[in-house]
Structures are given as structure tokens and as C-alpha cells.
Design a protein around this ligand. Structure first.
Ligand SMILES: NC(=O)c1ccc[n+]([C@@H]2O[C@H](COP(=O)([O-])OP(=O)(O)OC[C@H]3O[C@@H](n4cnc5c(N)ncnc54)[C@H](O)[C@@H]3O)[C@@H](O)[C@H]2O)c1
Length: 437
């Protein structure tokens, strides 16, 4: 059967007659579904969250990287439709799985979302379907977990159906590199699977890079994110060192990056956040440990990066000390709680750890963040306040946690408030009231 089903699938993809299903319509899945729709495919988005399904079908975007008008246009054109009805997977030629891959409390990989999604695919799997896992995960997941589940009813991978791994590399909030122009890595269970998946992405993204296996593709993504985690860990350690040695780390980095080769700038900050950099390296070290290998760099970077929120709190204590105040009883305002600039994602955000540590030490807290109107903290819901309003209340200290574009710091500087600046947002200001990281 294999050559016929393969040729038929390839023809349907290349002529854009293929139906494409995207499971998981979050930061990764929704932009991808919109790109497939732009490419001319008939796209169905699947999500267990009924509110997301309703928002999409109403043409409303909840992901900042997907402009409302773009989403509304593909929905109105009938190119994209969302559902929670997993039985509709039966009608898809290609299925992309973009569900979360978090850690358990024990810091082990939590593949439960992937397993549930693959169960749904397996329940209706048909000859000729292409299944691609995009969720970030440890090397071996596609071969060892997804593959046996899909073959359970007798269809064979790379012959009757096609199976590949293709990591998502999107960087939310990045205006220059998006789902469309970031090269796509593709590794299939076998050669036909690689070609089918590559054909699908070649219709949609600018450049496709084929690798020899699903394991290599899985490892590529973990190398990329481990590289970031380790380099951020290194620069955070250099920042701590520079503070002790009274050297401005930001000036050092700015000068070092003038070297046209052999150096790439990474910046210190209040700690790692988001669904990727703090988590993905742990997937890798967990899997490596099963082969008797200890990932020392990953562990060390994790220790340095996770110590940063406590260091920020110490800087706040030092700042308050200069005006004879304690954290206990002080009113402290955070600017930015999202884990990075210009996103509304607070998953693993170091601001949450800073809020927690300051609460334990008796601070009274408020925050501003145009991307995050509300926040659950310490059993309560905090509501963002306008920065001007916060400054009018004369806080004892302000922490710049996230430097969203467009934040006007002039009123902050003029207010002569103590500031702990974890992002070098006030680099042009000289004031004894400003405490850099
Ligand atoms: N956010 C990023 O910047 C980013 C970048 C690259 C890769 N990734 C990886 O992509 C994957 C998805 O991340 P995300 O940030 O898009 O997550 P997300 O939480 O924003 O979205 C996941 C979506 O999947 C849905 N979902 C969960 N289980 C489901 C199921 N069984 N069936 C249908 N829908 C289901 C959820 O309701 C949610 O809408 C993760 O593996 C992540 O590591 C994320």
C-alpha cells in the first residue's frame, strides 16, 4: 500500500487539497494553524479548551503574535475553524500536535498532554495520514512513546501512515523572526515520513532542514534551548561576579559584543521564565540520566538561574537599607510581570518568585504590566495598576522586572523613587537611587 498512499498524500499536500489539523491552539499551535491557512489549506484547530475554540471561531485572537485581523480573515474565508470534537481528526490528511510538555512537581517530564493527544489521533488513525509531533520533548519520545501508540491497531509507520518530529522554534514577541521565516527542522520515522512532513512545511515556511531521524530533530531543539539556558546562566554568574567587583556588567557585554566573531551577547536578568528555557533542559538531563549520563552544565546553569529572584530581593533589601527601611512593611511596585518583553505569558516568570519572596518578607505589593491585567498571587487576585497611579501612591521601591517596549520611565526617574533595575532599562540615568542588577 505504501507507495500509493505516499504519492496520494504528497499530491494532496502539494496541490493544497490536504486537510490539516493542529492539536493545541496556544502560543505555538495558533500561529502555525494561521500559516497553514495562509498557504491555502483547509485547517481545523483542535483544543480541549472550549473558550479558545469559541474565541477562534469568533475571529478573536488571544495570542499577541497573531493579529486579530489576520485571524478574522482566515476564519471568515472558511480556511480555519476550531473544535473540541476530536473525532474530526479522522478527516485530516496531516495532523500537527502542539500541546504542552511541562514538568511534574518531581521535575520529571509530564507527557500526559502528548499521550492524550496521541490517543485521540490513534483512535481514528487512517492509512495515508501524516502525524507530526511539534511539542518540545526528550529524544526518543516520537519513537518510544508516540510510535507504538499509533501502530497499536496494526497500521505501520512510514508505510501505511507517516510519522515525524518537527520542533517548533517560534519566539513569542519577536517581530523579525516568526513561524513563517524561522527554518523548520524535520526528522521522520523513515524517509517517506521525512519527505511528507517536509512537503507540508515547504508549502508554508521559508526553509526546511531535513535531518536523519526523529531523535536528531528532538535533540536539535534541546541543544538550542540548553545553549540559551547555559549561556544565560553564565552571564548571570558574571553579573553576580561583576557586582562584587564593582564593574558594570552591561557595559562589559556591550563592549564584548563589538567582536565580530566568537562572541554572542546574552544578558543577565531576574531569572528564567516561559514554557521553554527553564523546562526543556530538564527534559534532556532526565533522559540522559537514564543512559547513565549526568549533564553538569544544565544542573549548574539551573542553580545559577534559579538563584536570581532571591538575588533581586537582596538588591531590594540593600536599596531600602540606604534609606533606613526594611522590606517588611515597605510598599514595593513591580514593573512588568510577564517572563519577557512584549508577551502576556507569565508561566515560570521570575516576577512570580520575586512576588512570593517579598510577600514572605512582609512587603506590600503592587504591579503594572499592560500585557497582564490580572495575576493570581498568594491566594488573591492582583489587578495591574497604571504606572502613573502607582507612582502617585509613592512606593518605597520599584523593581523593573520586565522591560516591555513603550514603557515610559521618565515619570519613574522624576519621581525620585528607589529603583532596582534588573533589565538595564535606565542605563542612561545616573542616580544613587537606581540599583542595577
Ligand atoms: N511558547 C513558546 O514560546 C514555545 C516555543 C517553542 C516550542 N514550544 C513548545 O510547544 C509546545 C506547546 O507550547 P505552547 O506555549 O503553545 O503551549 P500553550 O499552553 O500555549 O498551548 C497548548 C494548548 O494545547 C491545548 N491542549 C492541551 N492538551 C490538549 C489535548 N489533549 N488536545 C487538544 N488540545 C490540548 C491547551 O488547551 C492549550 O490551548 C510545548 O511543548 C512547548 O514547549 C513553545
Amino acid at each position: 500500500m505504501s507507495s500509493t498512499v505516499f504519492a496520494t498524500l504528497l499530491d494532496r499536500i502539494q496541490s493544497r487539497r490536504a486537510t490539516v489539523g493542529v492539536i493545541g491552539l496556544g502560543y505555538v499551535g495558533l500561529p502555525l494553524a494561521v500559516e497553514f491557512a495562509h498557504a491555502g489549506f483547509d485547517v481545523t484547530g483542535f483544543d480541549v479548551d472550549a473558550s479558545k475554540v469559541a474565541e477562534i471561531n469568533a475571529g478573536r485572537s488571544y495570542i499577541p503574535d497573531v493579529p486579530v485581523e489576520e485571524l478574522a480573515a482566515v476564519v471568515q474565508a472558511g480556511r480555519l475553524h476550531a473544535t473540541s470534537d476530536m473525532s474530526l481528526l479522522a478527516g485530516m490528511d496531516a495532523i500537527d500536535i502542539c500541546v504542552p510538555t511541562p514538568l511534574r512537581k518531581t521535575k520529571d517530564p509530564d507527557l500526559s498532554y502528548v499521550v492524550l493527544a496521541v490517543e485521540a489521533v490513534a483512535a481514528t488513525l487512517k492509512p495515508g495520514q501524516l502525524v507530526i509531533l511539534e511539542s518540545t520533548t526528550y529524544p526518543g519520545t516520537t519513537d518510544e512513546v508516540v510510535h507504538p501508540m499509533l501502530e497499536a491497531k496494526g497500521l505501520r509507520a512510514d508505510a501505511d501512515f507517516f510519522l515525524a518530529f518537527s520542533p517548533e522554534r517560534v519566539d513569542p514577541g519577536n517581530q523579525s523572526f516568526t513561524t513563517k521565516n524561522i527554518p523548520k527542522i524535520v526528522g521522520g520515522f523513515g524517509p517517506s515520513s521525512t519527505e511528507a512532513a517536509a512537503a507540508l512545511y515547504e508549502s508554508t515556511v521559508a526553509h526546511v532542514v531535513r535531518v536523519s531521524s526523529t531523535r536528531v530533530a528532538e535533540m536539535v531543539k534541546l541543544l538550542e534551548n540548553t545553549f540559551r539556558a547555559v549561556n544565560i546562566g553564565l552571564v548571570n554568574e558574571i553579573a553576580l561576579m561583576c557586582h562584587k567587583m564593582d564593574i558594570n556588567v552591561w557595559e562589559v557585554i556591550d563592549a564584548a559584543k563589538t567582536k565580530p566573531f566568537g562572541f554572542m551577547p546574552f544578558y543577565p536578568g531576574p531569572g528564567l521564565g516561559g514554557h521553554c528555557i527553564p523546562i526543556d533542559p530538564v527534559y534532556l538531563s532526565w533522559k540522559a540520566r537514564q543512559s547513565g549520563f549526568e549533564c553538569r552544565f544544565i544542573e549548574l546553569a539551573g542553580q545559577v538561574n534559579s538563584s536570581m529572584p532571591a538575588y533581586v530581593v537582596e538588591r531590594v533589601a540593600e536599596a531600602l537599607n540606604t534609606v533606613r527601611k526594611a522590606i517588611n512593611g515597605s510598599r514595593i511596585h513591580l514593573i512588568g510581570v510577564a517572563y519577557k518583553r512584549d508577551v502576556n505569558d507569565i508561566r515560570e516568570s521570575p516576577a512570580l518568585d520575586i512576588l512570593e519572596l517579598l510577600t514572605r518578607r512582609g512587603a506590600q505589593l503592587s504591579y503594572s504590566d499592560p500585557f497582564v491585567p490580572q495575576l493570581k498571587h498568594d491566594g488573591r487576585t492582583l489587578t495591574a495598576v497604571d504606572l502613573a497611579q502607582a507612582l502617585a501612591a509613592k512606593p518605597d521601591c520599584v523593581i523593573i522586572c520586565t522591560d516591555h517596549t513603550g514603557c515610559d520611565y521618565s515619570a519613574l526617574v522624576q519621581s525620585r523613587t528607589l529603583v532596582v533595575d534588573t533589565r538595564n532599562a535606565l542605563k542612561h540615568e545616573q542616580s544613587p537611587l537606581i540599583f542595577a542588577l
